[in-house]
Design a protein around this ligand. Structure first.
Ligand SMILES: [Zn+2]
Length: 217
């Protein structure tokens, strides 16, 4: 049997059983074509979505997200003009301002959910996908990917965006609100992370990690 044939056989075997993330029922997956979706027989939750080039697409969205993240943090999100004074704010300065206003816990939450976790997700995902694609995994690849999956829900850019919109509406009568280029990049970053989450099928990554010789999962 050729190496390719062996790899396909291993992939088929590792994909043959899967636990439902919603009800924990372990069930056997059928052979699937690109575009097909397997659902849990008990709760109808999506078990596996067979996508073409899912890892390449996820990598493209992660790199795009990283570029947008850098732009979002380089320039002010908003500028407020009132009585001849102008106040600008970036993601980081928001956290620092809260800390200086003696709200350290809120400052830490903002820092973690809008900067640390999204940046960790983007850098970690790019690192793991690049290693998988080039077959250069090491003993840290699988633990890192497991860590990324566990912290996936902690990025809360959407909620921060909602808070910005509420603030803009409330401050609209008191000051001139000017949207910065970072705000547009921030909106696109939220979209990129959503597309990344949709494109990245963790089972594809786990199967590739299992197929590559020497990986301990
Ligand atoms: Zn289920």
């Amino acid at each position: 049997m050729t190496n390719q044939g062996t790899q396909q056989k291993q992939t088929a075997e590792t994909l043959s059983h899967m636990a439902c993330a919603h009800c924990d029922l372990i069930q056997k997956l059928p052979a699937m074509q690109v575009g097909e979706v397997a659902r849990c027989i008990r709760c109808n939750n999506v078990l596996y979505r067979k996508q073409k080039n899912s890892l390449n697409r996820a990598l493209a969205f992660a790199i795009t997200g990283l570029i947008l993240f850098v732009i979002s943090n380089l320039f002010p999100l908003l500028s407020l003009k009132a009585m001849g004074l102008t106040q600008e704010g970036t993601l980081l300065s928001t956290s620092i301002s809260l800390f200086q206003a003696e709200r350290p816990f809120l400052s830490l939450i903002i820092l973690l959910t809008t900067i640390i976790f999204p940046l960790t997700t983007l850098l970690g995902t790019i690192y793991v996908l690049m290693q998988v694609k080039t077959n250069r995994i090491n003993r840290y690849t699988a633990p890192l990917f497991r860590f990324l999956r566990s912290t996936d829900a902690w990025g809360m850019l959407e909620i921060f965006m909602l808070a910005i919109l509420v603030a803009v509406v409330k401050l609209g009568d008191l000051a001139d609100v000017i949207f910065g280029i970072s705000l547009y990049a921030f909106c696109l970053l939220i979209l990129s992370l959503s597309f990344l989450s949709y494109s990245l099928n963790p089972h594809d990554v786990w199967n590739r990690l299992r197929d590559i010789k020497g990986c301990q999962i």
